[in-house]
Design a protein around this ligand. Structure first.
Ligand code: APR
Length: 313
């Protein structure tokens, strides 16, 4: 029997809960929100799709009652403000830090053995904060940003090459920010063949640029930040954990010397299985990618420092 709690019943949280329910990834999915009746409504609506979709997942919506989340195997944190057009993810730090801190603490009281996935933005400092305040080992608390950014990279590569999206393999590492993420062109392949064999440097440069502002583009179009792909990316990570799939998913992990870094949570390729982050993969990077990673580390460290300035850490 497996149980997942998704905190935050807004666009991202409800989408994530919906996918977990209709894919029957867990036996029970609990959605919790601070807004009275909101999570209850979302889960009732999702439950009413189950007979139409021939699925049978226990779905529960609750307002702020963490006792209903007890003994969850995985906790997904999406509560907090989304971006508005023109905003960076980093600008959300003040409000979202307080929210993330309180919800993670409450959820772990009832599910002390859970694996925690942070989605709330700015995701890298929120993961760092949650790791510090809970003291959880690095395998049990990490951030979902790389799965989403890599899916967006895949989308733009498949469009540029005009090929099946599922024949593309690629990853994005570094921070989950418009200027800090690093789509790794050197590792991107179409059916195992480097994408550089199928597209010009100019086309691939545009793919990288589009990927980096992938979230901002959607925020501009939608008036708030995206939810289908962020919710699906959260569910994808949960599935790799509960089904012990051991997928390699770029994830925001606390580094202990990997890539020469300590005391930071940032996106690196990781094996995600039943124990959460089971391994950090240290892959070779080109000199240019190494320099970009260093720059990204500096930017994420600067945002982490804000947590101290605003006294949440
Ligand atoms: N406890 C529980 N839920 C909360 C709390 C709290 N303390 N504070 C806020 N929430 C809830 C809100 O009531 C709302 O329903 O979090 C939900 C957020 O939903 P949306 O506003 O729709 O935001 P969403 O688009 O889902 O994004 C959530 O994920 O991708 C990130 O940048 C995004 O930080 C944002 C987060």
């Amino acid at each position: 029997m497996s149980k997942v709690t998704v905190i935050g019943a807004g666009n991202v949280g409800a989408t994530c809960a919906n996918i977990l329910a209709i894919k029957e990834t867990a036996n029970e999915v609990v959605l919790i929100d601070i807004k009275e009746g909101f999570a209850e409504g979302k889960m009732l609506d999702i439950f009413q799709t189950e007979s139409l979709l021939d699925v049978d997942t226990k779905v529960v919506g609750v307002t702020n009652d963490y006792s209903k989340t007890a003994n969850s195997d995985v906790i997904v944190v999406t509560s907090g403000l989304p971006r508005k057009p023109g905003m960076t993810r980093e600008e959300l730090i003040g409000v979202n830090a307080g929210i993330v801190k309180s919800v993670v603490t409450s959820a772990l009281e009832f599910s002390p053995n859970a694996i925690v996935i942070i989605i709330s933005n700015p995701m890298d400092p929120m993961t760092y904060l949650a790791g510090k305040i809970t003291g959880l080992p690095k395998n049990r608390i990490f951030g979902m940003g790389g799965a989403l950014d890599s899916a967006r990279f895949k989308c733009y590569l498949s469009k540029a090459l005009d090929v099946n999206i599922n024949d593309i393999e690629c990853m994005v590492i570094g921070g989950h920010g418009d200027t800090t993420m690093i789509p790794l062109l050197s590792k991107a392949t179409y059916k195992g063949v480097p994408v550089t064999e199928f597209a010009s440097e100019e086309v691939l440069k545009k793919v990288v640029a589009d990927t980096m502002v992938g979230g901002a583009t959607l925020t501009g179009l939608l008036g708030t930040s995206a939810w289908y792909a962020p919710g699906a990316a959260g569910a994808y990570v949960v599935e790799s954990i509960l089904k012990d799939q051991k997928k390699v998913i770029p994830s925001c992990v606390a580094l202990d010397g990997e890539y020469g870094q300590t005391d930071i949570c940032i996106g690196v390729p990781a094996v995600i299985g039943r124990n959460g982050v089971e391994k950090v993969l240290e892959i070779s990077l080109t000199d240019e990618e190494k320099a970009l990673f260093e720059k990204s580390v500096e930017a994420v460290r600067a945002t982490n420092a804000v947590l101290k300035e605003i006294n949440v850490l």
